[in-house]
Structures are given as C-alpha cells and as structure tokens.
Design a protein around this ligand. Structure first.
Ligand code: NAD
Length: 490
C-alpha cells in the first residue's frame, strides 16, 4: 500500500509493481504497487473535494496543523533517516544531519509562514476607490519530484502549497517513493484533513504524465531534469496552467588568487561530493586562477582519495553509491569519454570488492578542462569535479556564465570588492561567498536560465502557490462616475 489518497494508504490496482532497491547493497527495500491514471484521477478528485474547506481554513488553523506535523516528524526522525538512507543509498550521517532535520525545520518554518501571507496595504490609490489585495490559493497543485533528495523535495513541494491553502497531489520519483508516502501519512496523523495532501507512486510516463495532463489540476510544480521540465511546459500549454520549475544545474566554483586556498579546497570537496554529487547545486566546475591552479588540484586530489565510501548504515561513511547502476554507468560514461581529451587526476572508476554489490563510483577530479568539453557543459550528476584555469576576473565570470544553467555558484576570495562583483556578475539563483551548499528555510532556492523559474522554501514560494486578486470598491456612491466621460458624454 504505497499510494496515499484521501487520507489513507491504498494499493494501486494497475497490476504493475516495482522493487525499490538499496543502491548500496542491491537488496530490495520494498516492492511497490504502481499508480496508473485511475489512482491519479482519484487523488486529484480527493484534492479537489478537500481544497474548498482547506483554502477557507484560517491561517491559524493551517499553522496549527503544520506545527503538529513538524513535531511529529521530529519524533519520527530516525525512522525517516533510516528509510531515506536505504531507498536512496545516502550515508546515514547525511540523512540524520541534513535531509531529516532540514525537513523538520522547513515544516516548522511554513507553520509560522502560513500566518504571514502579505500584500500591499488597502488604500485609496485612486481618489474615488479603495483597493485591496486578496492572496488566494490556486487550487489543486500537481507536483512531481526527483530521486536525489526524496524527502526534502516532497517537503519543498508540499509545504508552501499547503500552508497557502492549496491541496497537493505529489508524484515522487518511482525509485525512491517510500519517505514521501510516510511524509503524507505523518501529516494526516498530525491533523491535515483527508485529501489535502495525496501521494501517487508510479512511473513518469504513466502516473507523471497523467498528472501533468489532468484537466482538474490548476498548477504544475516540477523538480527534475531540464528535459522533463520541457515536457511539463508543453503539457501546461494546453490549458495555460501555472508552472513552477526547478531544473538542472552545473554550478561554477570560482577560486581567485587571493582566496584562502585551504578553505577553497575543503569547500570544493564537500560541495562536489555531497550526496555523491547528485545535488542540483553541487560544485561541478571549479574555475581557478592560474597562480593557484596546481595547488588547488593537488589539494582536492589528496582529499578525494581520503573520502570513505561504503556501508551507508555506518555513521563513519562519507559517501554512498549513486542512486542506481544505470545512473552509475551514465556517470562513468562521461568520465570514460573525458579520458581522451582531459586529465583524470584521481578516481575515474567504480571500486571493486564488496563495493561492487552497490552502484559506487570513486570521487573523480578532471583537470585541464576547457569550456567546449562535454564535462564542462553537461550535467553529470555524480561525484565528478572539473577544473579550468583563468587569468583575469572578467574571464572567470565569463567561464562561470558559460552554461545554459543558472542555479547556484560560489566565489572564493578575501577581497570584498571581488566578492561583491562576483555576486552581481554571476547569473544564478544563489551565489555563495566562501562557502558552497548551505541552504536555510528563510531563504529562497530556485534558478534562472534553463535551471527553471520560481522559488522553493522561504516566503517567496508563496508567490508560486497563490494568486493575487485586486478588489476595487467605488467609494463615491455616484451613479455617473467622473471617468465615464472618457467613454461617453450623453
Ligand atoms: P527526471 O527529470 O528524470 O525525473 C524527475 C521526475 O519526473 C520523476 O518523478 C520522474 O518520474 C518524472 N518524470 C519523468 N518523465 C516524465 C514524464 N514524461 N511525465 C511526467 N513526469 C515524468 O529527474 P531525476 O533524474 O529524478 O532527478 C535529477 C534531476 O533533477 C537533475 O537534473 C537535477 O539537477 C534536478 N534537480 C533539480 C533541483 C532544483 O531545485 N533545481 C533539485 C533536485 C534535482
């Protein structure tokens, strides 16, 4: 029973099942029933039935439910951490210290934010009218999420939408659905009314497509690859649905000659290997001043070789496997092709022995990379960092922007003017200065260019999940308004 529809777990009747595999061991974590169009339709109908009352609940009522939800998540944190680790192959330290507490904090944040929907003051912007703003829920939101941070992505999709009074049908990635269904179950246990949050577990081509094309869905919210994001846009075009897209990334990591090099080296290792590099904001393209280039390459290579990969249940493990053998092979393919045109400094292979059971891949550093090369241009989505030298600041910013993506970036410098210039010149949704990766519930996450548009987290996300309505009152009581003469004078 892996579907969560109208307040309860139900089994899909499509007849299709799929095994959720622990990518660290190859063992089966669960066998799931896959949703088809019928389950998607039932979930959308449940959401439609629930949204009227939920959108009319007071902000305090919505906030109270979300506060209880945050508390319940906190109480079950270890259960979520274990399940997330098993289904996605994440080291338990990462799920305990990042995925789960981040989700609990996000939930607590939106419990507060639910009471802070803002708009312009009601006032007489014309001398004869009073105008006011209503910020209203959009209705039923169809959300589709990726496999790299299954719990956090479910939370990022669900929380702002529900806090603002919408009802949600979420389709998680079919290979990592387990924590999304549990997330919905815990939400309802905390008092969320039936139908406000539904989870349909199934493939992209069936359940995902049915959700995208369902006529009674008012908005599509998608996190995933840019190629599937284009399909979301196409599906939305038919009925002019609102769309929120969080897509791919290829984050530059710019190291100037005045940077604290040790800090930059440590930052590059953590920033590129988090979640085995399967992070849309991960540092992927180190762009390094020529005077510190060799020292940077040596420093990162030394630390990459020390990273402990292996048993994801062991708190001592640094890096887990890639999410599947198929994805591991895709990452390995990029590195194999790079051998002929760039320098593989360290890594570049799947470890053998006991690790061969899982889809592990060694941290890989590729040096002497130029902008025309495939590894500079394409999203690899694995533990692979490329390094490219530069000579001038303008060249560094041009290299950073030489990508179709614009999700995240970092600049490493001790010069405040350079740092300020970097934050302005680099086209991306986030620029870190002397750090790379941290996120925080109060601040927005979202990209520009082909990384999509719209924001997750923060109160900015209410812009996505609410419609702003202008209400204008005549305050004269005049039957013949002064402005009528512009149209007729009889
Ligand atoms: P993906 O695009 O392959 O799949 C994402 C989701 O879309 C899955 O649930 C999948 O089942 C569904 N899907 C696939 N085909 C579909 C179709 N035809 N119709 C409807 N749904 C369909 O992405 P992925 O491989 O799961 O995740 C990795 C990608 O996600 C990377 O590109 C990464 O950068 C991106 N990502 C972006 C962010 C962000 O905030 N910008 C966050 C996490 C991941």
């Amino acid at each position: 029973m892996h579907q969560f529809i109208n307040g309860q777990r139900v089994t899909a009747n499509s007849g299709h099942t799929k095994r959720v595999i622990n990518p660290a061991t190859g063992e089966t974590v669960a066998e799931i029933d896959e949703a088809g169009a019928d389950e998607v339709d039932a979930a959308v109908r449940a959401a439609r039935a629930a949204v009227r009352d939920w959108s009319r609940a007071t902000p305090a009522e919505r906030s109270t439910v979300l506060h209880r939800f945050a508390q319940a998540l906190g109480e079950r944190a270890e259960e979520f951490a274990q399940l997330e680790s098993q289904q996605a192959g994440k080291p338990i330290r990462l799920t305990r210290e990042f995925d789960v507490p981040g989700t609990v904090d996000n939930t607590a944040f939106f419990a507060g934010a639910a009471r802070n929907l803002e708009g312009k003051a009601a006032a007489e912007y014309s001398p004869v009218h009073t105008s006011m703003i209503r910020r209203e829920a959009i209705g039923v939101i169809g959300s589709i999420a990726p496999w790299n941070y299954p719990l956090q992505m479910a939370a990022w999709k669900m929380l702002p939408a529900v806090a603002a009074g919408n009802a949600v049908v979420l389709k998680p990635a079919e290979i990592t659905p387990l924590t999304s269904t549990l997330f919905a179950e815990v939400a309802h246990g905390a008092g969320l009314p039936a139908g406000v949050f539904n989870v349909v577990v199934g493939s992209g081509s069936t359940a995902g497509s049915a959700l995208l094309h369902h006529p009674d869905v008012n908005m599509l919210s998608f996190t995933g690859s840019t190629s599937v994001g284009r399909k979301v846009l196409e599906a939305a075009a038919g009925t002019a649905k609102r769309v929120h897209l969080e897509l791919g990334g290829k984050a530059p990591f710019v190291v100037f000659d005045d940077a604290d090099l040790e800090a930059a080296v440590h930052g590059a290792v953590a920033g590129s290997l988090i979640n085995a590099g399967q992070d849309c904001t991960a540092a992927t393209r180190a762009i390094v001043h020529r005077s510190v280039y060799d020292a940077f390459v040596d420093g990162v290579a030394t630390l990459f070789a020390k990273v402990r990969i292996g048993d994801t249940a062991d708190p001592g493990t640094d890096m887990g496997p890639l999410v599947s053998m198929t994805h591991r092979d895709s990452v390995a393919g990029f590195v194999e092709r790079a051998r002929s045109y760039a320098r593989i400094v360290v890594g570049g292979e799947a470890p053998g022995g006991d690790h061969a059971r899982g889809s592990f891949y060694l941290p890989t550093l590729i040096a002497d990379v130029t902008p025309a090369m495939e590894v500079f241009r394409e999203e690899i989505f694995g533990p692979v960092l490329t390094v490219t030298p530069f000579d001038t600041d303008d060249e560094a910013f041009a290299l950073a922007n030489d990508t179709v993506y614009g999700l995240a970036a970092s600049v490493w410098t001790t010069d405040v003017f350079r740092a300020m210039r970097g934050t302005r010149e680099i086209q991306s949704g986030c620029v870190w200065v002397n750090d790379h990766i941290p996120i925080i519930s109060e601040m927005p996450h979202g990209g520009v260019k082909q990384s999509g548009f719209g924001k997750d987290m923060s109160t900015y996300s209410f812009e996505e999940y609410t419609a702003v309505k202008h209400v204008m009152f005549d305050i004269t009581g005049d039957r013949e308004k002064a402005w009528h003469r512009t149209v007729f004078t009889a």
